[in-house]
Design a protein around this ligand. Structure first.
Ligand SMILES: Cc1cc2nc3c(=O)[nH]c(=O)nc-3n(C[C@H](O)[C@H](O)[C@H](O)COP(=O)(O)OP(=O)(O)OC[C@H]3O[C@@H](n4cnc5c(N)ncnc54)[C@H](O)[C@@H]3O)c2cc1C
Length: 404
């Protein structure tokens, strides 16, 4: 196959222009309102469902794209429109990726459609891994899952935090400890079906950015789910635990498997925000005059824009490479997925900040969108693994040492 990253196919171009039209016509005009309201933008997600974007079929088609570029191209375009609304549209897909990463084909077929619903009857999914004392340190997870043989049920107890769509979702994917002695190797993922007793929303967070996306604690108090809700099934779990107890190498843990699949996709979201801010600043710099000439005629401004454009294109190439490698089943010998997330997240923060600077006083107000974009960009150095954790993963991978 030819190298796909330098030139998009006609299909990808068509996908990009369709999503761009939706982002420009529906998402962008609603961005400021939902940022201010700080609520889940149901009417916009409903429009996305009607257009066929908020749907299992859309995300499945893009995920199975053999080049790996369907997801990053889609993410970049939607988040170019707005990151808060973008996350409201794709948050369910991140939870569905948790099911796809660890579940059987039957489990994917049962739960993923339940997560999306359909136009007029929207449903949501949430992926709940982080806990108050287990953020970067996934091994510190305390939520317990105990198997009740008599009823063939799993009983979940604990508190999850920072869950996108948490409490609002119909289907929650929850990671929990089944064997505390095995740390990350003793963890598993469970589906908590709609309406399950004992699952409730805790605090809803008020945030610096991506404010249209709902983020909350999820409390699990004696939550009983059927045995079939253990992703991957009990037989596979028992085999995995036995291997871990015998000291055999484990193939990572439930949360890490999910993060590996989602990191380049999340990085592509950061590229979308950065590009939006860059494009806005470029046009502004051509229009705004000071000292009798457009401010872009100053090398200081033009060079900033040159740096912004270079960072965005470099970030996109890293994202596309990692997505392509993942789809080809290549091994990530230099943690290329983490590299894409690290670089794109930091580029988005830098580029949006430069865009504010180019807009001067206007950049500092909520009358212009770059202020919101700068607030939104910051999350990309924090969630799905902070920048420090990405550096740790890359450093360990390239050195072969357990860098601390
Ligand atoms: C808006 C939002 C949405 C989110 N959505 C979800 C979601 O849907 N599901 C979910 O499960 N989680 C979600 N998260 C959680 C997110 O993934 C965590 O916030 C993130 O992993 C960091 O964990 P923490 O906040 O506990 O920070 P901490 O782990 O406490 O880190 C604090 C600081 O210490 C640094 N640090 C920690 N350990 C090391 C180390 N070994 N070396 C160097 N530096 C280190 C970190 O980089 C960071 O700078 C979300 C978070 C936010 C804010």
């Amino acid at each position: 196959m030819t190298t796909p990253f330098f030139d998009l196919s006609d299909d990808h171009r068509e996908l990009r222009s369709w999503l761009h039209e939706f982002a420009a016509g529906v998402i962008r005009p609603a961005a400021s309102e939902w940022d201010e309201r700080e609520e889940f933008p149901w009417p916009v997600v409903e429009e996305a469902a009607k257009a066929g974007i908020y749907s299992m079929d859309f995300f499945a088609t893009q995920s199975f794209d053999e080049t790996g570029l369907g997801i990053p191209v889609s993410m970049e375009e939607l988040f170019w429109g707005d990151a808060g609304i973008g996350l409201a549209i794709v948050g369910t897909a991140l939870a569905a990726a948790g099911v796809a990463a660890n579940g059987t084909p039957e489990q994917v077929g049962e739960w993923v459609p339940e997560m999306f619903g359909e136009p007029g009857d929207l449903r949501l999914g949430a992926f709940c891994s982080s806990e108050p004392d287990a953020g970067s340190d996934v091994g510190a997870m305390r939520t317990r899952a105990r198997y009740d043989e008599a009823t063939d049920e799993w009983v979940l107890d604990g508190t999850k935090t920072w869950a996108t769509n948490g409490g609002l979702a119909d289907v929650h994917v929850v990671t929990a400890v089944v064997d505390p002695d095995l740390r990350t190797r003793g963890q598993a993922s469970f589906v908590v079906p709609p309406g399950t007793k004992g699952l409730s929303q805790g605090q809803k967070f008020t945030k610096h950015g991506i404010r249209a996306s709902h983020t909350a604690e999820v409390v699990l108090a004696d939550v009983r789910v059927p045995g079939r809700c253990l992703l991957g099934g009990k037989e596979k779990l028992d085999e995995r635990l036995a291997r871990a107890k015998n000291g055999a190498g484990a193939k990572g843990n439930a949360s890490m498997a999910t993060f590996e699949r989602t990191r380049p996709a999340v990085a592509a979201q950061a590229v979308g925000i950065a590009r939006a801010a860059y494009e806005y600043a470029l046009e502004y710099a051509k229009q705004r005059e000071q000292f009798g000439r457009p401010i872009i005629d100053n090398q200081a401004i033009a060079f900033a824009l040159a740096d912004m454009k270079t960072s965005i294109d470099a970030a996109r190439l890293l994202v596309w490479r990692a997505s392509w490698m993942a789809q080809q089943g290549r091994s990530f010998e230099a943690a290329e997925g983490s590299m894409s997330k690290l670089f794109a997240g930091e580029a988005a923060v830098r580029v949006t900040e430069q865009a504010m600077q180019i807009l001067g006083g206007n950049g500092f107000t909520r009358d212009y969108p770059v202020e919101r974009m700068a607030r939104d960009a910051k999350i990309y150095t924090i969630f799905e693994g902070t920048s420090e954790i990405q550096r740790l993963v890359i450093a360990r991978t390239i050195s072969g040492s357990q860098i601390r």
